[in-house]
Design a protein around this ligand. Structure first.
Ligand SMILES: C[S@@+](CC[C@H](N)C(=O)[O-])C[C@H]1O[C@@H](n2cnc3c(N)ncnc32)[C@H](O)[C@@H]1O
Length: 405
């Protein structure tokens, strides 16, 4: 190739590269730039006019500024900033070195900080009298308002305001990984579930498996059924459990890919049911265009979420034995997907299934963990973790219900 032809080609390539740069940098000048190049069609068809993340932000500004009021600007900054993680310690691996390393980096297990000894791990109003505290710990004491926290789960976090990152987990001598990284607020629904020795547990929407793994860390349960509609998500869950749990624990875990809404056709009932539903995953929707539920093509799916969530919670209620408990959770701030779904499901359960559900008071539970998380001023039902720059976990909504009959 002659040097002249080479330099013409080189100039064309340079123009191509610099144009691309301009397109990226000056989104509003798209038409002008495209007319000079041959990318117009491809661009016009593939590039959405408003990215899904922008649509999510507009939607949240309109709705959450009303539901959260003055708090919304600080929650907004938190959600647009880097999320904070927690390291769920793998109780089945050799973790003494792992714990020593986490301690040396300034991390603390937020659960044992909140509840120093097992017998003190009772989320209780400190102003309450001791005899009431005992009553709250008694399974058969009738109406209880306090939520117990008795768990072997350990989840390490960096101190408030410290945004250091965890190193990737390493395998121990038997090949099991030392910890699992997740939003530490994801542990709260599992702690509220309060699984105890001998319990049977259903995790109705379990993929990709962070909360399933946390439930199993309690060493406490007799049998766990982990289900998720999505086959790829249950595959991921299976792989995760294999990397963290010994084979003898895995034999007590059933994994299925079924539609949770049809659970009422199953015979089984469980002591505890976790219903961690699909939602607008607010933080993801603000930060990632990929798989974003605010894409225009997914508008209907998004609008239908509260119906799907109500159906899943009703299925979870039906799968709970009388006296057993259900925890409903989302990672959204939306009252329509949180309190309204719970209210709707409780009312339908009563009217159409003749099942009475009692919503548990989580005020003492939130007080226990308020050193680690920012909670919204008590919603009418449940508890809501708000993202905050100093403790950038969540959002996470949790509601606990007991099936009375
Ligand atoms: C918020 S995610 C669950 C996260 C999971 N609990 C964890 O901690 O890793 C919601 C899940 O619900 C699943 N899902 C959606 N529709 C469902 C249905 N009808 N039945 C069961 N699972 C469903 C989705 O595939 C998704 O994995």
């Amino acid at each position: 190739m002659s040097s002249g032809r080479f330099s013409v080609m080189h100039q064309k390539m340079a123009a191509h590269v610099s144009t691309r740069f301009l397109v990226t940098k000056f989104k509003d000048s798209v038409c002008f730039i495209q007319r000079r190049n041959r990318f117009k069609n491809k661009w016009a068809t593939t590039r959405p006019k408003f990215p899904a993340t922008d649509l999510a932000l507009h939607n949240f500004d309109a709705t959450y500024s009303k539901s959260l009021g003055d708090v919304w600007p600080s929650v907004r900054i938190g959600m647009l900033s880097e999320q904070k993680y927690g390291a769920l310690l793998n109780n089945f691996a050799s973790t003494s070195d792992v714990k020593a390393d986490l301690h040396s980096r300034g991390c603390r297990d937020f659960i044992s900080v909140a509840c120093p000894k097992d017998d003190e791990r009772i989320a209780q109003d400190p102003l309450q009298k001791p005899e009431l505290l005992n009553q709250a710990a008694d399974e058969d004491a009738g109406e209880t308002t306090a939520v117990r926290v008795r768990s072997n789960i350990q989840c390490f976090v960096f101190p408030r305001g410290d945004i250091s990152r965890f190193k990737p987990a390493k395998p121990d001598d038997s090949g099991l990984l030392g910890y699992y990284l997740l939003d530490a607020a994801s542990i709260l629904p599992v702690l509220a579930l309060d699984t105890q020795p001998g319990h049977t547990v259903l995790d109705l929407c379990a993929g990709p498996g962070g909360k399933t793994l946390a439930i199993l860390q309690s060493h406490a349960i007799r049998f766990l059924w982990a289900n998720d509609l999505s086959g790829s998500r249950t595959d991921r869950l299976r792989r995760t459990l294999q990397r963290y749990l010994p084979k003898e624990i895995l034999k007590d875990v059933e994994i299925t890919s079924l539609d949770g809404r049809k659970w009422m056709h199953m015979d089984h009932t469980f002591d505890r049911v976790l219903v961690d539903v699909p939602c607008t995953t607010d933080r993801h929707s603000l930060m990632e265009d990929e798989n974003n539920i605010f894409k225009r093509s997914r508008t209907k799916e998004r609008q239908n979420l509260p119906y799907l969530q109500t159906e899943l919670l009703l299925a979870g209620i039906q799968a709970t034995r009388p006296g057993g408990e259900v925890v409903y959770s989302t990672c959204s701030l939306s009252p329509l997907q949180n309190e309204r779904v719970v209210e709707q499901a409780v009312s339908i359960a009563q009217q159409e299934m003749d099942v009475t559900m009692q919503v548990q008071d989580l005020e003492s539970f939130t007080r226990l963990f308020s050193g680690t998380f920012h909670f919204a001023p008590q919603p009418a039902t449940g508890a809501l973790v708000l993202p905050h720059l100093c403790a950038n976990f969540g959002p996470m909504y949790i509601c606990k219900l007991q099936r009375i009959n």
